[in-house]
Ligand binder design. Sequence first.
Ligand code: ATP
Ligand code: MG
Length: 433
Amino acid sequence: MNIETGEREEATETEHAVPSVPVVVDREHHCISRTLIPESTLKVLYRLHRSGFKAYLCGGSVRDMLMSRTPKDFDIATDAHPMQVRRLFRNSRIIGRRFRLVHVVYQEGVVEVATFRREPGQRDDGELLVTDDNTFGTPEQDARRRDFTINGLFYNIADFSIIDYVSGLADLDNRLVRVIGDPDVRFREDPVRMMRAIEFASRLDFEIEADTWDAIVRHRDDILKASPARVSEEILELLRRGWSLDAFELLVETRLLEPLMPELFASLTSGDAEYFWRMLEVLDRTIQAGRVFGDGVFWAVLMLPGFFKAVEQEESSRGERLKPADAFSLVRDVVAPVAARLVFPSGVRHHVEQSLESLWRIQEVPSDRKSQWRLVFREHFGDALALFELHALSSGRNVELFKEWKAFARRVQRQEEPAPQAPRTGRRRRRRR
Ligand code: ATP
Ligand code: MG
């Protein structure tokens, strides 16, 4: 990071006590340049500023630019009321019911503008209106209602300075994910923040600060009180973007995985799924190289240890390879508790079941070509093949078989493989006399 100011010292000394004035780092002492900010975002910031409003960049964009990373999006915070923003931009619309935001629409994308908010229930100091269902606040309140100190920084377009109410600069420097305020309170308010802590730590390669860590351990069971849809989305976020190995290590170490997926947690802590970690490593590497996987693959990866274990137990007690119908009923047994806990939509549940079923089927090459051919056209065959690949590469098992399947599927898709004869339907059409 490129910040070298006396102000920062002050931030560490006050040690996260409530600063009455923010630390302000002027343009000469930080690395955020306007050339890093998209044209349309700058337009919105400038127009708000020229109209007499505060106009700050906030959240992930400030954090990422200070770390010389490319931000995912650039959000704006202002003291202008949503209606005032709406009036300033012809090309804008108000969205959201509970928290009204303004979207300013440009050809190159949408710029999101939010009015400063405070945590509901906080005392209103009268500086900003409280209207309808929106709880507006001061810039400081807006910084304090955010999740982590590194996400609570502002970039002020008025003088290009960084404004820090929450000691975020110090934590960015020390590579720490620290909750703003009392972690016990903040995690109870929104348990998904525990998963976000793990996301940022693994994504940025930061440590989780000790009090924040302890609070995750204490409140891990609260994760089941959060909206299952948000939790599911957060689990997928941990898998989708190439940092899943670190994230799952943290999920196991903090035991946050235990309430979410006790079956997987048990497999991982008993050490009988070592290939799982290698699988995440392969997954991360492949994603970093640009490959995209469907969500069915991610869920199936998480259920693989449970499924293989169930198959193994069943086969050893029977002394023979499972028949397809038995394997499929095991698939359903493994998917059911996770689907119930995370309230999977039926489509997602079906997708995961199909992927695991196909995976089981392709572990043996069918003796006749017709069945082999038919498998390639099964729903979610591509996901099953991706799973097979991840498993083969991480366990070293069935690598040749995977290659054969891949080559076969490619030949079928390129129509280089002659189609087997259409199956007879059994019903013959009567010949007209
Ligand atoms: P990304 O690069 O993934 O977009 P981000 O930090 O911008 O990271 P967002 O999910 O886009 O994260 O949220 C934008 C900002 O909103 C965050 O930086 C944070 O300040 C605030 N925020 C998001 N989720 C929460 C939450 N659950 N509790 C409090 N503040 C939150
Ligand atoms: Mg963001």
